[in-house]
Design a protein around this ligand. Structure first.
Ligand code: IVH
Length: 676
């Protein structure tokens, strides 16, 4: 590019900054894209080039100023303009009712109380201070009175605006001093990914997303912070003139206009019943949230009433944290054994004295790998804290070492597979996971068969864990293809089956001899090939034969397939045992259908299904779409043609469809399309 004069550069920068900023805002706050990441990177590159030529043109709100600066020696203490408070807890309807009674007595007679409810995010509180719309400081909660200046680190968080957006009706909030408070969170998926990467690198694992987010913000080197994905969700807006923000409901609207993420599920109710209803909805739905939560925050909606109610101790009278039942408990480790997974991974598992955590009995907890046990120093006989969140496999948080009496035994990782006695190996020397390399290991076989029959794969009804184990123990099934030669008479020799159940299972298996290629591929259980990758591969290669001959380079050309995945596929098809399995399938007349019929009426049409359909399951709908040549996607993208909207839909898919102008159709319209 030709060198620009100072004046030209200033003009260009003035145009580049809002464009890059809009990209960031749409991406970080609305989860949509105004351009590709590569294009945005290229604009950012141009911006930093210009700024390095003319450093005096750098402004504090320039997108370049998000980039991590030099490490600090220590954080400066900063007093809060208003104390950052905590909340008292309420655990059930009675306690919430009692809170309402208490405050009703304190407010002027006739006041109609409304409650603003939001999900309580499990992160760390942070206050952002804006002067005339520019971010000047970010301060941690600290002791509530004085926090630490973490501005350098917080600037790297993409969902924090460096300059407030100016929108009609809210302009006054961008003048003078505006303080925005909220929670810095690490999303569950990012946390898991981070720990996976650390496992691969043999580094110690992080305990949970909150500690990781808090630890990250307290890093003195902003570069480290910028590498970890953190998000800021706003929940409070403070102005000198309190009339600027009359209600909490208004605060959330204003926060969104100013360019912040404020939870869209937050809402108002006028009764305790309303609070309880909201709480129970989210108690189950919370698994779908991107962050962890342990309850709700309920605040009096009218901010004047809220203020007048005052503070007792550290907590405002006008708000309460509605907490779900504890997700942690303590128990004893009875034993530690090693479980061999489908791909051979040897995972140490703790057998626990049964204990109720978050409403269900827990008897086992994963210990991930040998390094994890060493790091946490968990021994047989230890009293431990167990944690369980939703459907997640229970985990041991820590061993309570002061309770030891000397009888505890350290765990020694076995050198051989507990099921087939084959020597355990590491795929790579620096890997944290030991594996059983024997493809015929009984544990691996039953998990393989079970995976093949599972819902996302072949979906064979009646072939669950217990039946699979019985079939393998009896010797009737030695590997997956053997299920296809099972006869009713064979099954009747087992206690588990009677005439009807045996006939049903044989029929269910025989029905699945020509599965769609993507399901079959997923069912094979190749490492790193999940449902979406299987779909992408089926679409790209059409037949299993073509895929089995593909090279790493050819595989890597498929979108979403990286080198690790490509290597794993090539390796799978080159293993003699796997070749044998495929041969066996063929001999038994089992072979996947060719994918994506180029002649189907839906060729080139891309569908996403959201919510529940009445006449069929989502996977079934996908199969029908694919059978007619269409593409079935798991999330709405720019190229999606139809979003099929069922019952109980999530807001995010609809939002994306609106953004991209995707046509939305209902179940009946889908059925019409499928009928042609
Ligand atoms: S409103 C008076 N809303 O919970 C403080 N707080 O125990 C009320 N928190 O330190 C603030 N999610 O950091 C509010 N949606 C939410 C929240 C939330 C998490 C944290 C906040 C505060 C703590 C109070």
């Amino acid at each position: 590019m030709t060198k620009l004069s100072r004046e030209q550069a200033a003009e260009r920068l003035q145009k580049l900054r809002p464009l890059i900023n809009e990209y960031r805002y749409q991406y970080a706050v609305h989860d949509t894209s105004t351009m590709s990441e590569a294009a945005a990177d290229s604009l950012k590159h141009e911006l930093t080039e210009l700024e390095s030529q003319y450093p005096d043109l750098i402004t504090p709100d320039s997108p370049s100023q998000r980039v991590a600066g030099a490490p600090l020696d220590k954080f400066q203490s900063v007093p809060h303009s208003q104390r950052m408070l905590s909340l008292n807890d309420a655990f059930d309807e009675a306690e919430t009712g009692a809170w309402k009674e208490r405050i009703t007595k304190l407010v002027p007679e006739g006041t109609k109380l409304e409650y603003f409810m939001d999900i309580k995010m499990d992160g760390l509180a942070c206050a952002l201070i804006y002067e005339d719309g520019m971010l000047v400081r970010a301060v941690t909660r600290g002791d509530g009175f004085v926090g630490e200046d973490v501005t350098m680190n917080v600037r790297t968080i993409e969902s924090v605006p460096l300059r407030l957006r100016v929108e009609k009706g809210f302009e006054h909030l961008t003048k003078g001093r505006t303080e925005v408070r909220g929670e810095i969170v690490m999303y569950k998926a990012d946390f898991e990914k981070l720990n996976e990467e650390r496992t691969e690198k043999g580094l110690p694992l992080f305990a949970n997303p909150r500690n990781t987010a808090a630890g990250t913000i307290r890093q003195l080197d902003p570069k480290l912070v910028s590498e970890r994905k953190l998000h800021f969700h706003a929940y409070d807006l403070l102005r000198e003139d309190t009339d600027d923000v009359p209600t909490n409901e208004f605060a959330y609207q204003a926060l969104r206009s100013l360019g912040f993420l404020a939870n869209r599920d937050a809402t108002v109710t006028d009764s305790v019943e309303g609070v309880i209803k909201f709480a129970s909805t989210w108690e189950t739905k919370r698994q779908e949230l991107s962050f962890n939560t342990d309850g709700l925050v309920v605040k009096v909606n009218d901010r004047r009433v809220f203020r007048d109610l005052g503070v007792v101790g550290k907590a405002p009278r006008g708000a309460v944290a509605y907490k779900y039942p504890a997700e942690q408990s303590t128990t004893k480790v009875k034993d530690i054994f090693v479980s061999i997974g489908r791909t051979g991974a040897a995972t140490p598992v703790a057998m626990l004295e049964p204990v109720v955590v978050a409403g269900s009995t827990v008897q086992m907890a994963t210990l991930h790998n040998e390094g994890e046990i060493k790091r946490k120093d968990i021994r047989v006989g230890d009293t431990v804290i167990v944690h369980k969140a939703g459907d997640i496999i229970p985990e041991i948080v820590e061993a309570l070492k002061t309770l030891r009496d000397g009888s505890e035994k350290e765990f020694i990782m076995p050198t051989h597979c507990p099921d087939c006695n084959t020597e355990l190996k590491k795929l790579k020397a620096d890997e944290a996971v030991w594996r059983c390399p024997n493809e015929s290991c009984p544990s691996r076989v039953w998990k393989r068969v079970q995976h093949y029959a599972s819902k996302g794969a072949l979906d064979i009804e009646g072939l669950g864990e217990k039946n699979v184990i019985a079939l393998i123990d009896s010797g009737l099934v030695k590997d997956t293809p053997d299920i296809y030669i099972l006869k009713k008479e064979d099954l009747l020799t087992l206690d588990r089956f009677a005439e009807i159940s045996a006939t049903k299972l044989v029929n269910a298996i025989q029905d699945k001899k020509t599965p769609p290629l993507d399901r079959f591929l997923f069912g094979l259980g190749i490492r790193h090939v999940g449902t979406q990758t299987a779909r992408d591969l089926a679409q790209a290669f059409h037949t299993l034969e073509a895929l089995s001959e593909a090279t790493i380079d050819e595989l890597s050309e498929v979108e979403g397939v990286g080198e690790v995945v490509a290597e794993s596929i090539v390796e799978w098809f080159s293993e003699p045992e796997n070749k044998g399995i495929l041969e066996k399938f063929k001999t038994f007349d089992v072979w996947p259908l060719e994918a994506a019929h180029a002649s189907g009426p839906l060729v080139g049409k891309k569908f996403v299904v959201t919510g529940t359909l009445e006449s069929m399951g989502r996977d079934q709908a996908g199969d029908k779409i694919k059978a007619l040549g269409g593409t079935f996607q798991s999330s709405v993208g720019k190229d999606t043609d139809y979003l099929v909207v069922g019952a109980n839909v999530g807001a995010s898919k609809l939002k994306k469809a609106e953004k991209f102008g995707t046509k939305q159709i209902n179940e009946q319209e889908l059925l019409d399309i499928l009928r042609g």
